[in-house]
Design a protein around this ligand. Structure first.
Ligand code: PLP
Length: 385
């Protein structure tokens, strides 16, 4: 279905990169649950030899990834971390990486516990001011790793400004686009070289698949990553590929509602007398509101807040009292989730370290789902009061 050359975003989520099934015209690509493909003569096949290398269901998903991110090539992996791992395998011992300092914990763990011992050096810095990046660049620097908006404080980093620096020094710029999704921001259009996703979150969208994605717009870089994908083998299965492809088809309508509900929740919390601070890039008092407005189409479904008095136990009580929001890790599904970073995702970071980056004891993170916003607000209201 490449009947239209320049599809708009909502059309792309449904049709981008998709072909009708040649066998029976199935509208959805079949789940090709197969490891191998018959050959008529050695090497005589229809483009598929072995499912680690290539699988038609996975390829349909990879084409959808490429389409929605305005890339030319997409790659699917068994998890978001497997996708990041593939990017790091582009590097060699001695190479240096400059990364955001408030990074997804799993990315930080992969960088510091696995790749550091293979001789790769990481600088975790504030990218509030993109020029700060330049102070850390030397002849060994190869990669800038950006996550925006960040987790759980929803800081927004200027991708275009980062791209200017990466181009000037001929570095790769990779952007973890998990929180924003291509509905809100298109890092490749802003000058990034690689877009990464935990498709486990908004792309899948239904809290039922763990998966990762990479998207690029350069043939040579794509070939290197395909080589790593096949050589290291961290691929995802056809069933999971099917589910994420299905998820992507409603990405635009889900994101629209996530943003609408998050706005209502953020506004409600902002007026609540017991709430100290609300973190949502759409609020005018958010420190990066200006760049968020320039770079993003809307402000996303993630909202964090702290309570007055910054009481650890009180925050735990609030999340325990919630009834519509489920107390759970992860994000980006249709159902609303709540988390308490200090006791859950960030518990392993000492309190003093946590608080240095603004991650207070009373901080609660919400992944605002697509239920009725009145019910979400009523739930928060009974839990907070
Ligand atoms: C969840 C997440 C990851 C890791 O993805 P997995 O699919 O859990 O491996 C990476 N980055 C961000 C921003 C995430 O939220």
């Amino acid at each position: 279905m490449q009947k239209i050359k320049h599809m708009k975003f909502n059309t792309k989520t449904i049709h981008g990169g998709q072909k009708l099934d040649p066998a029976y015209g199935a509208v959805m690509p079949p789940i090709y649950q197969t490891t191998t493909y018959a050959q008529s003569t050695p090497g005589g096949h229809k483009g598929y030899e072995y499912s680690r290398t290539n699988n038609p269901t996975r390829n349909a998903l990879e084409n959808a990834f490429a389409s929605i991110e305005n890339g030319t090539h997409g790659l699917a992996f068994g998890s978001g971390l497997a996708a990041i791992d593939a990017v790091l395998k582009l590097l060699e011992p001695g190479d240096e990486v400059i990364s955001t300092n408030d990074l997804y914990g799993g990315s930080y763990r992969l960088f510091t516990s696995i790749y550091k011992k293979f001789g790769i050096k990481f600088h975790f810095i504030s990218m509030k001011d993109a020029e700060n990046i330049e102070t850390y660049i030397n002849k060994n620097t190869k990669l800038i790793w950006v996550e925006t908006p960040t987790n759980p404080l929803l800081n927004v980093i200027d991708i275009k400004a980062c791209a200017k620096i990466s181009k000037k020094h001929q570095l790769l710029l990779a952007v973890d686009n998990t929180f924003a999704t291509p509905y809100l921001q298109l890092p490749l259009d802003l000058g990034a070289d690689i877009v990464m996703h935990s498709a486990t979150k908004y792309l899948g969208g239904h809290s039922d698949v763990v998966m990762g994605a990479l998207i690029v717009k350069d043939r040579e870089l794509a070939d290197k990553l395909y080589f790593i994908q096949n050589a290291s083998g961290a691929i995802c299965g056809p069933q999971d590929s099917f589910l994420v492809l299905r998820g992507i088809k409603t990405l635009h309508v889900r994101m629209q509602r996530h943003c609408e509900n998050a706005k209502a929740v953020a506004q409600y919390l902002s007026k609540h007398p017991k709430i100290e601070n609300v973190f949502w890039p759409g609020l005018e008092n958010h420190p990066n509101h200006k760049i968020a407005k320039e770079q993003m189409a809307d402000f996303g479904g993630m909202v964090s807040f702290t309570t007055k008095g910054n009481n650890y136990k009180e925050a735990i009580k609030i999340v325990e009292r919630l009834k519509v929001f489920t107390l759970a890790e992860s994000l980006g599904g249709v159902e609303s989730l709540a988390g308490h970073p200090a006791s859950m995702t960030h518990a392993s970071i000492p309190k003093e370290e946590r608080e240095k980056t603004g991650l207070l004891d009373s901080l609660i993170r919400l992944s605002v789902g697509i239920e009725d916003k009145e019910d979400l607000i009523e739930d928060l209201n009974q839990a907070i009061n």
